[in-house]
Write a protein that binds this ligand. Structure first.
Ligand code: SF4
Length: 231
């Protein structure tokens, strides 16, 4: 069966009442500069190359980014940092992401997130992350060539560990503390290796907590790791 990034059950998912209300409210009210655009306002599907070896696992849609455009990291400051880096690394055919129709294509990378609906204040509740883990599982089950998960931030990191625990992995999360550049070998508990990065949020990139050079080095490390992983 072919991998369907937006199955009907995801497109229609309303499991988290708080997030459903928020995503639709943001889409109705809009930011002034986008008032002429129709917002997506629904769960955002994963995006990229279905044959990818590298899976980027972020937090959740941005209110006026992917909740507006319907594509991961598209149309906001995080994407303005992420996609040029993917392009420099040879993983994207262009450095910009402005809409789902802009011709952007990724190679060897898939982008997914811990929550598919925009949370107030960028902070999903624990039960919302639990609800949405089935959609992370959906992507990971469809990505048959995945060799490495790159967590974009600690919530992505946590979600991957919780996903493994949900699949029966006997692991203790404190044995795998989050840290930028840290690699967690999870093969012994049935997982893929997990490489941590700070999230490319405006807050992190604007303050220099995450620089372009740091992220370029992390992507280079990711590429070396997948080249070394058995196919
Ligand atoms: Fe459904 Fe996930 Fe959105 Fe919750 S966050 S409503 S589980 S798609």
């Amino acid at each position: 069966m072919s991998f369907e990034p937006l199955p009907p059950a995801l497109a229609q998912c309303r499991s988290c009442a708080r997030l459903v209300e928020h995503r639709e409210q943001v889409a109705r009210e809009k930011r002034r500069s986008y008032r002429d655009q129709e917002y997506w306002g629904r769960p955002v599907p994963g995006f990229g190359d279905p044959s990818a070896r590298i899976v980027l696992l972020g937090l959740a849609p941005g209110a006026h980014g992917s909740n507006r455009t319907g594509r991961m990291f598209t149309g906001d400051a995080s994407g303005d940092f992420l996609y040029p880096a993917l392009h420099r690394a040879g993983l994207a055919n262009r450095p910009t992401a402005v809409s789902s129709q802009d011709g952007l294509a990724l190679s060897d990378v898939w982008i997914t997130s811990a929550a598919r609906c925009v949370p107030p204040g960028n902070k999903p509740l624990r039960e919302e992350l639990v609800n949405c883990r089935r959609w992370l599982a959906h992507d990971l089950a469809g990505l048959r060539n995945a060799r490495l998960v790159v967590a974009l931030g600690s919530i992505g990191h946590d979600s991957y560990l919780e996903y493994l625990k949900g699949n029966g992995a006997r692991l203790v999360k404190r044995d795998y503390p989050f840290g930028h550049g840290r690699l967690h070998r999870l093969e012994e508990v049935g997982g893929l290796p997990l490489l941590d990065s700070f999230h490319p949020s405006f807050q992190n990139t604007n303050t220099g907590r995450l620089t372009a050079q740091m992220f370029d080095e992390l992507l280079a490390q990711a590429r070396r790791l997948v080249e070394a992983e058995p196919g």
